[in-house]
Design a protein around this ligand. Structure first.
Ligand SMILES: CSC[C@H]1O[C@H](OP(=O)(O)O)[C@H](O)[C@@H]1O
Ligand SMILES: Nc1ncnc2[nH]cnc12
Length: 291
């Protein structure tokens, strides 16, 4: 049995996990530099849990400067098998008002100033991103939300923008025409890197605002985002707690293929592989590179 370790990446407003026992903040070294913060190791309801505040405690790091590779590599080194991202987003749809939780299932990646892969010259790999979130983890989050009495919308496309400025109204309207549901600045390349590292990844997107397209609402401000996040903090905490029993003690081998994403992805001939890169990817790709 593959023993599950649940990892939570907490976004804006989520800098700690309530109710964790045996808590210890620990620095995890990675070949990619510093993660956003120390990782919080502990247990919740008897289940091992590892928490990372995406922007660091005190929200120090902006989206474009996040060291996504270090964050995902550190989670992998910590033994995490499945990551739940908890993220603040703007709504691009009338029917997704502030306060709505969306279990995202697709992304459009419009970021352009980030390192997006663990692989590079000397070791080339192409993983599938057709289904960018783990459907099994999505099912778990959906059931957990029902148990906790939290209405959550299953499915939705998250437009990932570069930021840090919020969108112009023309951009917001364009993304609406594309059929996107919510907008944020952080889940890419995070989801791509989690896939490369063969970890399940799913997102709970908490709607905090109507971005800037809605004729009856003011354009989004940080003040508004924080206000809605504070109002929703209890529900976010309850949802994390409700996820735990579905992970605890179960075989987490992912039937959706997340844990074998690299199986046929590496194309570089073994003799042409860069040895230093191969050793740098010991945690992320060791399963396939050691064969
Ligand atoms: C504080 S509003 C903008 C900020 O919030 C979201 O971050 P996260 O996904 O980490 O909750 C958004 O993507 C921006 O980074
Ligand atoms: N409207 C918005 N745009 C981008 N990121 C956000 N995070 C929360 N609201 C947002």
């Amino acid at each position: 049995m593959t023993t599950p370790v649940l990892g939570i990446i907490g976004g804006s407003g989520v800098y700690d996990i309530d109710g964790m026992t045996n808590k210890e903040w620990r620095r995890v070294e990675t070949p990619f530099g510093e993660p956003s913060d120390e990782l919080l190791f502990g247990e919740l309801g008897g289940q091992k849990l590892v928490f990372l505040p995406r922007h660091g405690r005190g929200h120090r790091i902006p989206p474009s400067e996040l060291n996504f590779r270090a964050n995902i590599d550190a989670m992998k080194r910590a033994g995490v098998t499945e990551i739940v991202s908890v993220s603040a987003v703007g709504s691009l749809k009338e029917e997704l008002p502030p306060g709505t939780f969306v279990i995202v299932d697709q992304f459009i990646d419009r970021t352009f100033a980030r390192v997006k892969s663990f692989f590079e010259t000397g070791l080339v790999a192409h993983v599938s991103m057709a289904h960018p979130v783990c459907g099994r983890l999505g099912d778990i989050i959906e059931r957990a939300a029902q148990d906790a009495g939290i209405p959550a919308v299953r499915g939705g496309t998250y437009l990932v923008m570069e930021g840090p400025q919020f969108s112009t109204q023309a951009e917001s309207n364009l993304y609406r025409q594309w059929g996107c549901d919510v907008i944020g600045m952080t889940n890419m390349p995070e989801a791509k890197l989690a896939r490369e590292a063969e970890m399940c990844y799913a997102t709970v997107a908490m709607v905090t605002d109507y971005d800037c397209w809605h004729p009856d609402h003011d354009a989004v401000t940080v003040e508004q985002v924080v206000k809605v996040l504070i109002e929703n903090a209890d529900r976010a905490r309850a949802l994390v707690k409700a996820i735990v029993p579905y992970v605890a003690g179960r075989d987490c081998a992912c039937g959706k293929g997340c844990h074998s994403a690299l199986e046929h992805a590496i194309i570089t001939h073994p003799e042409k592989r860069d040895a230093s890169l191969v050793s740098k990817l010991d945690a992320v790709a060791g399963r396939v590179l050691k064969k």
